[in-house]
Design a protein around this ligand. Structure first.
Ligand SMILES: Nc1nc2c(ncn2[C@@H]2O[C@H](COP(=O)(O)OP(=O)(O)OP(=O)(O)O)[C@@H](O)[C@H]2O)c(=O)[nH]1
Ligand SMILES: [Mg+2]
Length: 553
C-alpha cells in the first residue's frame, strides 16, 4: 500500500530523480525525504571465511540497508519487518588470499561486472536506488564504482552516517549528524569525468562549481586571476558550514554541562545526589527497551539499527528508595565512523560523565564477543576512565531468545534422531541409495552458477540472492545463533553481570539491585577518600623538635 502510494507520487513527478536530489553539501544523498518511500539499496557483501563469520555480517548489512529511512516526529512510517529482504550479493573479498584491494574500483573487474549484471537483474524486480558496499571505500573507488554501476554507491561509513542523519530528531542530534556527514564529505571531494565528459564532483555533476580560476577567467597560471579552484571553493564552503555547526554544538555542550552540574547539586529525598547511569551497548542490543521497562515509560525501540540517535534521560527509583537517572544513548557498531564519534562528542560526553555504566549485550547474537570488544573499544576511544570500565555492569539481554534457541535445538536433535531411525528402516527396505541420489541433486542445484556469473579474473560471485526481493526479513536481524549459550558461558568474566529479558521482565529487579549496590559502594568509597583528603589538608604542620632547636640556635 505504502509502496503503491510512493510509486504514484513518483509517477506524478512530485519527487525529483534520486540522483538529481543529491545536494552539493549533503551526504551521499540517497536518503529519500518522503518517509513513506524509503530508498531501496542493493547490498554487496565481500565474502568472509568461515561462513559462521559471514552470516552475522551479511545480516547486519541487510539490516543496515533496511534501516535507512527518514523518521517523522521520532517515528517511522513503515514496519521494519514488512520490508522485503533487500537484493544482495556475496562477492569475492578483494583481501582474500593475501591480496590487496584495487586502488581504482576496490573489487576486481570480474566482480564489478557481475555486480552490474545482478543489479540490472534486481532492477527488473523493483527499483534500486543505490548500492551499499559493506566495506570502507576510498573516494576514488566510490566514484568509479558509481560511474560503472550507474547508481550512487554508499560504503559502510557513508551508510551509517546517512542513517544517523535520517534518524536524528532533536536539534542536537541533527547538528551532530550533519557535522559528521560534512566531515565525511570533505574527505571525498573527488573530481570525476561526468557523463558529458566534463570534470565534476559526483556522478551527475550536481556538485560542480565553476569559479573564476576554474573556468572562463581567461588564462592559465598567474594570469588566470584571483579566485578559487572548484575544489578550494568546495572545501571553503564545507569549512564555513563546519565552523557554524561547531559553534552551535558548543552551545549544546555548554547547556548539557550546566544541566549535569545542576543534577549533581540536586539532592533526592534520601539526601544523596542524583546519580546518572549511562546505558551503552551495540546497536539493537535492547538498550531503549530495557530503559523503558526499568523506568516504566515509553521509549522508542525498534528493530532498525540506530533507532535511537537522540539521547534520553529517564528517572528510576532503586530498591533502596534512591532516585537515579538512566541515560539511553546511541548504540555502537563495528567500524563506527570516526567522524561520528567526533561529531557526537556532546552526546557521548554524557557517557563519559556518568556515575555508572551499564553495558547491554544481545546474548542471542552469534558474534557476541565482537559486539563486546567493539563497545569496549569505543568507550575507551571516547575517554571513559579505566576505573569506570572496571566498575561497569554487564547485562546479557534477550535471554528469552536464548531459551527459545535452546528449545529449537532440542527439537532439532529430536528430529535428527527420528530421521536417523527412519533412515535405518529405509536401509532395511533397500531405499537408502535413492535418497543419497536426491541429496546429491540438491547440492548440485545449490552450486549452479547464476546466468550473470561471467567468471571474471578475480573469480565468480560466490553466492547471490536477487530472487528474494519479496521475502520477509528474518525474525531476528542478527540471525539466530547456534551456540549462543556456549558463547555466553565462554564470555563469563569477573565483573558483575545480570541476565535479563527486557521483553518478559526477567532479571530487571536484580539489575536494579546491582545498580543500587554499585552506586552505594562508589559513594562510600568516595566519602572515605574525602575524609582522608580532608584529614591531610587540615592537619597543622609543626616542625619536628630537632628542627626547632636548629632554628633557635
Ligand atoms: N526477544 C527480545 N527482544 C528484545 C529484548 N529487548 C529488546 N528486544 C527487541 O530488540 C529490538 C531492539 O531493541 P531496542 O531497545 O530498540 O535496542 P537498542 O539497543 O535501543 O537499539 P538502537 O537504539 O537501535 O541502538 C526491538 O525490536 C525490541 O523489541 C529482549 O529482551 N527479548
Ligand atoms: Mg535505542
Amino acid at each position: 500500500m505504502l509502496r503503491l502510494l510512493s510509486e504514484a507520487v513518483r509517477r506524478r513527478g512530485h519527487l525529483p530523480s534520486l540522483i538529481g536530489r543529491r545536494a552539493a553539501l549533503g551526504t551521499a544523498g540517497v536518503r529519500n525525504r518522503d518517509p513513506t518511500d524509503p530508498p531501496r539499496l542493493f547490498v554487496v557483501q565481500p565474502r568472509l571465511r568461515p561462513d559462521s563469520a559471514l552470516e552475522p555480517k551479511l545480516n547486519e548489512a541487510l539490516c543496515l540497508a533496511n534501516s535507512l529511512e527518514e523518521q517523522r516526529e521520532g517515528f517511522f512510517a513503515t514496519d521494519f519487518f514488512d520490508k522485503g529482504l533487500p537484493p544482495h550479493a556475496v562477492v569475492q573479498n578483494p583481501f582474500a588470499r593475501g591480496r590487496v584491494a584495487r586502488a581504482d574500483t576496490y573489487f576486481g573487474p570480474g566482480t564489478v561486472d557481475n555486480v552490474k549484471c545482478l543489479l540490472n537483474e534486481a532492477e527488473t524486480k523493483g527499483d534500486v536506488d543505490a548500492v551499499f558496499v559493506n566495506a570502507i571505500l576510498s573516494g576514488v573507488q566510490q566514484r568509479n564504482l558509481e560511474r560503472i554501476w550507474g547508481k550512487p554507491v554508499l560504503d559502510r561509513v557513508g551508510l551509517i552516517i546517512e542513517i544517523f542523519n535520517a534518524h536524528a530528531f532533536t536539534k542536537e542530534a541533527k547538528l551532530q549528524a550533519e557535522l559528521a556527514a560534512l566531515m565525511y564529505k570533505k574527505t571525498r571531494l573527488v573530481r570525476v569525468r561526468g557523463l558529458d565528459g566534463r570534470l565534476a564532483f559526483g556522478v551527475g555533476g550536481e556538485a560542480e562549481v565553476v569559479s573564476a580560476r576554474g573556468r572562463g577567467s581567461g588564462g592559465r597560471g598567474f594570469i588566470s586571476g584571483a579566485g578559487e579552484t572548484e575544489l578550494q571553493l568546495q572545501r571553503r564552503r564545507i569549512l564555513e558550514r563546519r565552523s557554524h555547526l561547531l559553534s552551535q554544538i558548543k552551545e549544546v555542550r555548554r547547556t548539557r554541562a550546566l544541566q549535569r552540574a545542576a543534577r549533581k547539586r540536586q539532592e533526592g529525598a534520601d539526601g544523596l545526589g542524583l546519580a546518572t547511569v549511562a546505558v551503552v551497548g551495540y546497536t539493537n542490543a535492547g538498550k531503549s527497551t530495557l530503559v523503558g521497562e526499568l523506568s516504566q515509560t515509553d521509549l522508542y525501540s525498534d528493530d532498525r539499527l540506530f533507532a535511537t540517535v537522540d539521547p534520553r534521560l529517564r528517572s528510576v527509583i532503586l530498591p533502596s528508595g534512591r532516585k537515579v537517572l538512566l541515560s539511553d544513548t546511541v548504540g555502537f557498531i563495528s567500524d563506527l565512523p570516526v567522524q561520528l564519534v567526533e561529531a557526537f562528542h556532546a552526546t557521548l560526553e554524557e557517557v563519559v560523565e556518568a556515575d555508572l555504566l551499564v553495558h547491554v549485550l544481545d546474548s542471542s547474537a552469534p558474534n557476541l564477543e565482537d559486539h563486546r570488544s567493539t563497545v569496549l573499544q569505543v568507550l575507551e576511544q571516547i575517554g571513559v576512565s579505566e576505573e569506570k570500565l572496571r566498575d561497569m555492569i554487564e547485562v546479557w539481554n534477550k535471554i528469552d531468545l536464548q531459551d527459545e534457541q535452546e528449545e529449537r535445538e532440542e527439537d532439532h536433535l529430536l528430529d535428527a534422531e527420528n530421521e536417523e531411525q527412519e533412515a535405518d528402516s529405509e536401509v532395511e527396505a533397500g531405499e537408502l541409495e535413492d535418497k543419497n541420489i536426491m541429496d546429491d541433486d540438491y547440492q548440485e542445484g545449490n552450486e549452479t552458477a547464476t546466468e550473470c556469473d561471467q567468471g571474471g579474473d578475480d573469480g565468480p560471485i560466490e553466492f547471490t540472492d536477487v530472487s528474494s526481493l519479496g521475502e520477509e526479513m528474518p525474525s531476528d536481524k542478527t540471525g539466530k545463533p547456534s551456540k549462543a549459550a556456549d558463547i555466553c558461558s565462554s564470555f563469563a568474566r569477573e565483573g558483575p553481570h545480570v541476565r535479563t529479558s527486557a521483553v518478559t521482565g526477567v532479571g530487571l529487579q536484580e539489575l536494579l539491585e546491582l545498580i543500587d549496590e554499585k552506586l552505594t559502594f562508589q559513594e562510600d568509597k568516595s566519602r572515605a577518600e574525602k575524609v582522608v583528603e580532608h584529614g591531610t589538608f587540615y592537619r597543622k604542620w609543626r616542625p619536628p623538635h630537632g628542627d626547632n632547636a636548629a632554628v633557635a640556635a
